[in-house]
Design a protein around this ligand. Structure first.
Ligand code: ADP
Ligand code: MG
Length: 296
């Protein structure tokens, strides 16, 4: 069974998408087979990796993306996967092993317009389709929006682990606190749909600090986050192994540039190879994530 992991925080703009795309790319470079599932209707990960021209076609056609599993419902998850998604300018695959289940703007309609079968909530339908293909992968990573509404639930229900990107500020701490509360509610409501063999319901196993500026002391926000984590661990609301990751990702303009280039940071020319760059941070993060497998 692959590791199934959500990157989520109730705060937007903390770096969920940039962390997940770059971590996915590093795992692939270590020889892992990775499926990235984009569950944010803003479609940032999909537009980034497919680039605008390919993604636009999907967005216009209204099929081949996550929402089309539900409406019109003719696609299955296995049909929408874009294999070896990262291409160079000539259309040649340059990161074989990184697949994406893309999303388009219509995913927002899952929240209200879509009237499904009450006995089969969207997350259960999604999970059953994921099970058909999950053995093709070592890692399935879900890029979630900053909430646990219906689109996000597709990943939260299927995943067994959760990592929380955070900036060193009070709003990230509030976002984490809100996440844990909403997660408890969702797990309670969806408990009757869990099946044998699914593994544990996802709980937070790590906080990852992102966009850390040089020469800025983050000890105080880090300490506050640690205290909250300890409190939740004592209340058994996060995983017993939950920790603040040792690796933190520095603030670097190449992260924003990589989005424009349609590449993960470690494939952006020189920078991607440099020692002691943000690319090294992502590689370290991937290694720390691999090691944090433990006591599920
Ligand atoms: N380490 C970093 N250094 C500089 N900019 C970053 C870094 N991480 C993320 N960003 C930028 O911050 C913005 C928000 O990041 P994103 O990953 O989209 O967050 P989220 O998915 O949580 O909304 C984006 O413009 C992204 O390029
Ligand atoms: Mg995002």
């Amino acid at each position: 069974m692959p590791r199934k992991i959500c990157f989520i925080n109730y705060k937007g703009g903390v770096g969920k998408t940039s962390l997940i795309v770059n971590t996915a790319a590093c795992l692939v470079q270590k020889g892992k087979r990775v499926l990235l599932v984009d569950l944010d209707t803003q479609s940032n990960a999909s537009i980034w990796l497919m680039r605008l021209d390919r993604w636009n076609k999907l967005n216009i056609e209204g099929k081949g993306s996550v929402f089309s599993i539900f409406e019109p419902g003719e696609d299955k998850l296995k049909d929408i996967i874009v294999k070896d998604v990262v291409l160079d300018k000539d259309g040649k695959s340059i990161l074989p092993g990184l697949d994406i289940a893309p999303t388009t703007f219509n995913l927002v309609d899952l929240e209200n317009e879509f009237k499904g079968d009450p006995a089969m909530p969207p997350y259960l339908k999604f999970y059953e389709q994921l099970r058909e293909i999950e053995d093709n992968y070592d890692y399935i990573l879900f890029d979630n929006p900053p909430n646990i509404l219906k689109a996000s639930q597709l990943g939260v229900f299927s995943a067994n682990e959760m990592y929380v990107p955070a900036n060193p500020d009070a709003l990230s701490l509030i976002g984490f606190t809100l996440l844990v509360e909403k997660l408890m509610l969702f797990h309670k409501r969806s408990a009757s749909f869990r099946q044998p063999g699914m593994g544990p319901a996802a709980s937070a196993k790590g906080i990852i600090f992102n966009s850390i500026k040089a020469n800025v002391d983050i000890e105080v926000p880090k300490m506050r986050m640690q205290l909250r984590l300890n409190q939740f661990r004592n209340q058994k609301r996060v995983h017993p192994s939950a920790k603040i990751f040792e690796t933190q990702i520095r603030d670097a303009t190449v992260v924003r540039r990589a989005v424009t280039l349609g590449l993960p940071v470690n494939l952006v020319g020189q920078v991607g190879q440099e020692e002691d760059s943000v690319a090294t941070d992502y590689r370290r993060l991937a290694t720390e994530l691999e090691r944090h497998q433990d006591q599920l």
